[in-house]
Write a protein that binds this ligand. Sequence first.
Ligand code: NIG
Ligand code: FE
Length: 409
Amino acid sequence: MELIGPFSQILPLAGLPLKGALSDEQLTIIENGGIVTDGGRIVTVGNFKKLQHQYPECDVTHITVPAVLMPGFIDCHTHICFDGSRSRDYAMRIAGKSYLEIARAGGGIWDSVTKTRMADLETLVMNTAARANRHLHEGVTTIEVKSGYGLNLDGELNMLRAIQAASSHTKATLVSTCLAAHMRPKDFEGTETEYLDWILTSLLPVLQEEQLAKRVDIFIEETAFTPAPAKHFLQQAADMGFAATVHADQFSTGGAAVAVAAGALSADHLEASDDGAIGLLAAADIVAVVLPGASLGLGMHYAPARRLLNAGAAVAIASDWNPGSAPMGDLLMQAAVLSAAEKLSAAEVFAGLTSRAAKALDIKDAGQLAAGFVADMQAYPCADYRDILYYQGKLKPVKVWKEGDTVVK
Ligand code: NIG
Ligand code: FE
């Protein structure tokens, strides 16, 4: 058993409501706090001195500088398994070129598909692990990673095998999702429905056999997949035992309604969600995942996080880290910038990066500092938790623990 402390403040972020608006008054803040861990799990959190008396047998790790402890962040939406840069797309975009002009010049998702298909397994493993480790150093202890730049049997398997293998090169927990339904690949001879059927009949059974993914995602958009076939796809995948998440309402509406109807764990993006979609998301048992990094990368407005929370939705914040629309990959900076723009409280931001993001991945034992939860934690070099968003992402954790082990000292 280990007792770690004293921390200037501990924010357990435990037991907060999973849905709706939150104020900072709802936060429990333990001043001069300590945390007891055992075998990678949290035993208890409380006043450091009291815990020293209560647990005299503990090894004590002394924290000698001001520090604020909170759960490790959970990034519930990334595409960090890819090869190649899309800086050419970005240069065209900031120079004012349209989506179509960039696609015509050979950019867009298909460019990353071409580059990622050419990469061997080892390259994808190392690329994914390097990005996961950068995230881990920035306090992100659990990372969802999507396929979706393969879009054929070999390409998708190579990506999902790479994500699985990358787990041996990072202490962060990686959660794989099959996004073969990212777009209909240019070299697939058949309709949208035929491509989705190919995924259901030829790809998903292999993923089950090799235990490569238990989740599917689909991009519902005019340029990708339309609502009716997408709904059928999600229902069939659910019948096979796959959990679902949806790229929904990024540029046009329709996706969020499908996600709700299909019983998806989350509907992600939502920049275009209208009052109708917001109402559906708020009424359902689904997490609304907002992706400020994609708004920053595309130079477009943010998802209506404030309105979603006010309506009663569970809002999580994720990075969408990908080579096209969200190359930055700095989750805390993106969440801080979003909070200033959308007027989110610190409680809403931190819940969106921890317990609410855990719900999006259906993880029941991470994202809170509470007894029995996994000891995934991070400490910031400040005495007041409000400094963390105040510095808008420039204040980084000085210590990160994964399952009780120090991974960043
Ligand atoms: O989440 N919206 C679709 N897919 C990604 C972008 C992927 C890409 O451009 O490579 C996203 O933003
Ligand atoms: Fe995405």
